[in-house]
Design a binder for this molecule. Sequence first.
Ligand SMILES: *[C@@H]1O[C@H](CO)[C@@H](O)[C@H](O)[C@H]1NC(C)=O
Length: 208
Amino acid sequence: MSIMQMNGGSVIAMVGKDCVAIASDLRLGNQSLGISSKFEKIFPMTDRVYVGLPGLATDVTTLHQQFRYRLNMYTIKEEREIEPETFAHLVSSTLYEKRFGPYFIEPVIAGLQKTPSGDLKPYIAATDLIGCLNFAKDFVVAGTASDKLFGVAEGLWEPDLEPEDLFETIAQTLLNAVDRDAYSGWGAVVYVLTKDKVIKRELKGRMD
Ligand SMILES: *[C@@H]1O[C@H](CO)[C@@H](O)[C@H](O)[C@H]1NC(C)=O
């Protein structure tokens, strides 16, 4: 049993039309034994930068605190909020710094990036456990159901989805993928980030 699969859990992020979505399951397990169905893996870093941290549960907590600390230092020094792309590189260097004894986490970043003209454009990225960045134009996945998420997302995603359609797409992708993974599931949470609001919805899922 790999340590990456010890506690289970999965995260996915998708790009829409002027919006972005990130979703995760809520399971925490001790291998195949379900322990909690309230274990959130997605954290807001700013109003428009969210990070999902699937992997080893102790490292979810450790890295969340580490990112919050590094983010506060950035905000104080720069006197401005961090952009999603910059945050993705902060995540990457935090993990690469510990590459010979890594945190067992595969972060997923979703946010709205300020362009030079002043409007907000969707941004998603994911890294492996040593911080190798993957910038995708459509969707990124991570966690124990990542292979299933790739399959379903490849079938359901399409370009320029409006916020409500993006919600439905990411919700159905996640729910159907985690039903085929014993280590993910037990409920889900979806965030949809738009220009003027963030929508958070908790979803019921199969409890077996
Ligand atoms: C996980 O379960 C095993 C028994 O199957 C137990 O020995 C171990 O202490 C449990 N781990 C945690 C972190 O509770």
